[in-house]
Design a protein around this ligand. Structure first.
Ligand SMILES: Cc1ncc(COP(=O)(O)O)c(C=O)c1O
Ligand SMILES: N[C@@H](CCCC[NH3+])C(=O)O
Length: 467
């Protein structure tokens, strides 16, 4: 039973504030005012794995990967691993036949160790280190996206040392400024990514790269920004990029338009509409310029994993501020979700695990970190009897949460728990106090273990409700 099919029951008083489109696809009501994801009751997951914990609906991820493959059968779809990367996701990517975009030596190492075929890996970065370029060439990754002539020249030197030829795309800043927040707009003229089209600079850099014997320039790339809902935005980048392709001394075969497909509120990104508009624009643009059709590439990150994630917190305190604002303070916060503080992102929050007849009251769910900006959800409706020990579930936390988590205040990062068919499996374990202390080289090694109270790290698979 999926959430869509149980909307009438979710529209009962108990679930009146649950927006089905914001929750993982397998979400369903569970007894006692609970919700289940992947067949696992959220309060049971909170009890077994502790809080905060992020639950990931693996069927939801697989379904969204499939939707991209179906909508874009002739395109190269690369999942952008910066949104969320762990070894447990890699089999889903392999099964779906998509590529993986990595942007650091760490992501590359994880991808290779987890079994991602090297030729399906795309390496990005505006400032890759020598070691990262070397690792990419050594692994024989499928593509490297170069962001400047400096990076291209450094890659060419590494490739020459290895006696290899590397397939590259040149990242362009096409002057299309888009994205849900200034910090995540990456296609305009006044930001750090890509070579600007203006003044013939991109043409000069592309021609120089085409002349490097250790590099094969196979295409152009752009990533306009993140959280873009309007599919017409990508079309605006197509013509300027094809104009550039038509000027170059080499015949290109690929045009990668990056990611940025929005996940906002309950409106799903229109993948089919995007596919129609963009493939049409590329086909028309290539034909009118006498270019052989370029193969489209896309790199969605958030659109694949955001909705699959739900983070569970436990209430530690409630209070009414002098202003009258009601605060519900939980055991996580900006350490596991910095997006509210960074981008003013909006989240919902829901009480799970018990029924109540209490009236709904506007609440601000805040974290446990030492900053007033440590907010998780502003002005959400919670029952007014929410109290210490209650479990609060925040949906839409699959992308850029686990990936951007920090250990600020020396609070360990939460675990990532994959759920599917009633089986819960820890994909990434909780970061313990022992983990945090282990990095400090000045601590006496023989000191009593200050972190023993939370050192239990779950690593195995747990079949829920069967022990
Ligand atoms: C080059 C590149 N590709 C893809 C993505 C994925 O973006 P999103 O998760 O918004 O789809 C990003 C991040 O914004 C990026 O920088
Ligand atoms: N980290 C951002 C998106 C940036 C994507 C990478 N270029 C977010 O949480 O929305």
């Amino acid at each position: 039973m999926t959430l869509e099919t149980v909307i009438p029951s979710l529209r009962s008083t108990l679930y009146q504030h649950v927006d089905p489109a914001a929750w993982p696809l397998t979400t369903a009501p569970a007894p006692g005012g609970d919700l289940a994801v992947g067949g696992a009751a959220l309060t049971e997951l909170a009890a077994r794995f502790g809080t905060p914990a992020t639950v990931l609906d693996l069927d939801d991820v697989a379904a969204r990967l499939r939707a991209y493959r179906v909508a874009l059968p002739d395109a190269d779809v690369a999942y952008a691993g910066k949104a969320l990367l762990c070894a447990g996701l890699v089999p889903l990517l392999v099964e779906a036949g998509v590529r993986l975009d990595v942007c650091s030596g760490g992501e590359l190492a994880l991808a290779l160790r987890a079994g991602m075929p090297a030729d399906r890996i795309v390496v990005h970065g505006n400032a890759p280190t020598e070691a990262e370029l070397d690792a990419a060439v050594t692994a024989r990754v499928g593509r490297v996206v170069v962001d400047s002539l400096d990076v291209a020249d450094r890659l060419a030197a590494v490739a020459a040392r290895h006696r290899r030829v590397v397939d590259v795309l040149l990242r362009i800043a096409p002057g299309v400024d888009a994205g849900g927040h200034p910090a995540i707009r990456t296609g305009g003229d006044d930001q750090k990514f890509g070579v600007p089209l203006a003044g013939g600079r991109a043409a000069a850099v592309a021609a120089a790269i085409a002349g490097r014997r250790a590099l094969r320039l196979v295409g152009l790339h752009c990533h306009l920004g993140s959280q873009i809902a309007d599919t017409a935005v990508w079309e605006r980048a197509v013509d300027p990029l094809l104009d550039l392709a038509a000027e170059l001394p080499v015949a290109l075969t690929e045009l990668d338009l990056g990611g940025g497909h929005a996940v906002t509120g309950g409106t799903p990104f229109d993948v089919a509409g995007f596919a129609r508009r963009v493939t049409g624009a590329i086909a028309r643009g290539c034909s009118s310029r006498g270019l052989a059709p370029l193969r489209l590439g896309v790199e969605p990150g958030r659109a694949i994993v955001a909705r699959a994630g739900v983070t569970l917190y436990r209430v530690q305190a409630t209070k009414c501020a002098g202003s009258g604002r009601w605060f519900v303070a939980v055991d996580g916060g900006m350490g596991d979700n910095p997006r509210v503080a960074l981008y003013g992102a909006a989240y919902d929050a829901h009480l799970v695990g018990r029924t109540t007849c209490a009236a709904w009251r506007p609440a601000t769910v805040v974290g446990r970190y030492c900053e007033a900006g440590d907010v998780l959800a502003r002005d959400v409706a919670l029952p007014e009897d929410v109290t210490v020990g209650d479990v609060i579930a925040v949906p839409g936390t699959g992308a850029y949460h686990h990936a951007m988590a920090s250990s600020y205040n020396l609070v360990g990062r939460p675990p990532l728990v994959g759920v599917r068919d009633g089986v819960a499996r820890v994909l990434v374990r909780r970061e313990t106090t022992a983990d945090l202390l282990a990095r400090d080289c000045c601590l006496p090694r023989s000191a009593p273990d200050a972190g023993s109270w939370d050192d239990e790290a779950w690593c195995g698979g747990v079949v829920l409700g069967r022990d």
